[in-house]
Write a protein that binds this ligand. Structure first.
Ligand code: BMA
Length: 317
């Protein structure tokens, strides 16, 4: 059997709707970060309308989380934010950049889904910054530092004529983005052949930016969501050093196999630790939050020594 790259926390699931002090139907797809040594989790919850809001939970050890009494972000009632968040705010990702925590999230409305950007310094209050994509973009993750003087992000536009792929863009100010290029496409007849998208915000390692992404495979029984890894060049993240051939996590526990949407592990966050491990967080079957650990070097090694062959127009060297 292939080596297990992610060790599940024994107490999974780590957060469920029964823990939340206000009515929700699910707890899933959470971004996680650290503030003053404490772990902060922003999690998505479906309401019984089928729409989603974002809650906050805190932890000392990264696995035992206590939710706050009230949601952290609900669809805005103000101006353009009210218009474009009319239905839902979903799938938050958190990046600590120059002392501020930036939150990217999917904003759903009658106009489609686009990426919103919000910021906070303390997770007590939150300020909307703006929308940083047009419609039909999701899964936006911001790199935790400027690269060659510019901010960088990965995202995943929708497409009718190409499998949904991971793109990169750059910005002088986090609001205006451009120089976009496709960087990784799904590989045919592979575990992620149907579509891929960024998961956790990229993590800096000595050998490159570690990108933990999700990939989808269509089966006769619906889609299977798994997680994989890719490594981007440190000083030129539009270039890929390797894409792990194998998945690193797939639905195996019963709450990953059966839920609101069956057979889903979906990440929006991972926290690197000083000992060379990371804590990885994923939604199980769009219903509960799960956690685990991985050794960062092992994930990097999969990208470098067990990589897919570079293929023209699949990923760029
Ligand atoms: C994706 C997103 C995720 C969700 C996943 C599985 O398209 O909507 O939020 O976890 O599907 O349902």
């Amino acid at each position: 059997m292939a080596k297990k790259l992610v060790t599940r926390y024994k107490g999974n699931p780590i957060l469920t709707k029964d823990d939340i002090p206000y009515p929700v139907e699910t707890v899933h797809n959470a971004g996680v970060t650290k503030l003053n040594g404490r772990y902060i989790m922003l999690f998505r919850s479906h309401l019984d309308t089928g729409r989603s809001i974002i809650g906050l939970a805190e932890s000392e050890d990264g696995f035992n989380f206590k939710p706050r009494a009230k949601p952290f972000m609900v669809p805005s009632k103000e101006g353009k934010f009210a218009e474009y968040e009319e239905y839902s705010v979903e799938d938050p990702r958190i990046t600590l950049l120059e002392g501020t925590y930036y939150i990217t999230y999917s904003a759903y409305s009658r106009h489609g889904v686009r990426t919103g950007l919000a910021k906070t310094k303390d997770f007590e209050s939150v300020e909307r910054v703006g929308f940083i994509t047009q419609a039909d973009y999701r899964n936006t993750v911001i790199f935790p530092e400027k690269i060659n003087g510019r901010y960088a992000r990965l995202d995943r536009p929708h497409s009718d004529i190409s499998p949904w792929s991971i793109w990169i863009s750059f910005s002088p100010d986090l609001l205006h983005w451009g120089d976009s290029e496709v960087v990784i496409k799904p590989e045919r007849y592979h575990w992620d052949e149907m579509k891929i998208g960024p998961g956790a915000p990229p993590i800096r390692t000595d050998k490159g930016w570690l990108n933990i992404y999700h990939g989808v495979f269509p089966t006769m029984d619906g889609c299977m969501y798994r997680l994989g890894v890719a490594l981007h060049k440190l000083d030129d993240p539009a270039r890929i050093l390797g894409v792990g051939d194998r998945w690193i996590l797939q639905p195996e526990d019963e709450w990953e196999i059966v839920g609101y949407v069956h057979n889903v592990v979906f990440t929006c966050g991972a926290v690197p630790e000083e000992d060379g491990t990371l804590k990885l967080y994923w939604g199980g079957a769009d219903r509960v939050m799960c956690g685990g650990t991985a050794v960062i070097d092992e994930l990097v090694e999969v990208c470098l020594t067990n990589s897919r062959q570079p293929q023209e127009k699949i990923w760029r060297k």
